[in-house]
Design a protein around this ligand. Structure first.
Ligand code: AMP
Length: 221
């Protein structure tokens, strides 16, 4: 099972990808997480990506495609995956298609989580993460038991620097300009599935799992 999760920042791609991957034992590959780790560890990749990330701009296609290619070559994508945050541009989507073809793999569906700009801004300004275990919290939907502290390990929660409102607005503009066109790319490949994603977390997960099941069943006919 190979899937792509699409949607604007704050649409819940990361949360939903984490949930379904745990349940279906798929690899959850978030290019944003790979880059944040690289920045934290001070690697060359991190140094190249940091200023773009802080401004809410995209890092170069070449750098990102290189990350995916490396994982593919290492066999890390062999047991099925959900890509979260990749592709983000038409050239990335084309490069992914070429890589998949070359390796005899296919994308089952590109699942678009549909939310309005207004909802995105509301969600991101209430989003906090645990820097130790990566658990995400969202006010008011998923609050930690003790304010500002992770339920799992007691670490002080932090806000991502790119979740500040000015950067969020830029990320939304970048999404409309550079990422929204790939929705048409996957529509034209008949791979696009759209899910209204402003409802309750569990209900959205249920819809995502259903869409994934149907896409996979299609392969047997
Ligand atoms: P995310 O966690 O997916 O919101 O990504 C955080 C930041 O990482 C983005 O705002 C970009 O700066 C960078 N990034 C992540 N994925 C990509 C990608 N596929 N192409 C370009 N930049 C990316």
């Amino acid at each position: 099972m190979n899937f792509i999760f699409l949607g604007p920042p704050g649409s819940g791609k990361g949360t939903q990808a984490k949930r379904v991957c745990e349940q279906l034992r798929l690899l959850h590959l978030s290019t944003g997480d790979v880059l944040r780790d690289a920045v934290k560890n001070g690697t060359e990749l991190g140094r190249k990506a940091q200023q773009f990330m802080e401004a809410g701009e995209l890092v170069s296609d070449e750098l990102i495609v290189g990350i995916i290619e490396e994982k593919l070559q290492a066999g890390q994508l062999d047991r099925g995956f959900v890509l979260d945050g990749f592709p983000r541009t038409v050239p990335q989507a084309e490069a992914l298609k070429e890589m998949m073809d070359k390796n005899g793999k296919e994308i089952d569906s590109a699942i678009l989580l549909d939310v309005s700009d207004e909802e995105v801004i509301k969600r991101l300004s209430g989003r906090f993460t645990c820097p130790t275990c990566g658990e995400m919290y969202n006010y008011p939907n998923k609050m930690p038991r003790n304010e500002g502290v992770c339920d799992k390990d007691g670490t002080q929660l932090v806000r991502r620097p790119d979740d500040e409102e000015a950067v969020v607005r830029n990320r939304l503009e970048v999404y409309q300009r550079q990422t929204a066109p790939i929705v048409d790319f996957y529509r034209s490949e008949s791979l696009l599935r759209e899910i209204p994603a402003e409802g309750k977390l569990d209900e959205i997960t249920k819809m995502v799992l259903e869409v994934m099941k149907v896409a996979q069943r299609r392969d047997y006919y």
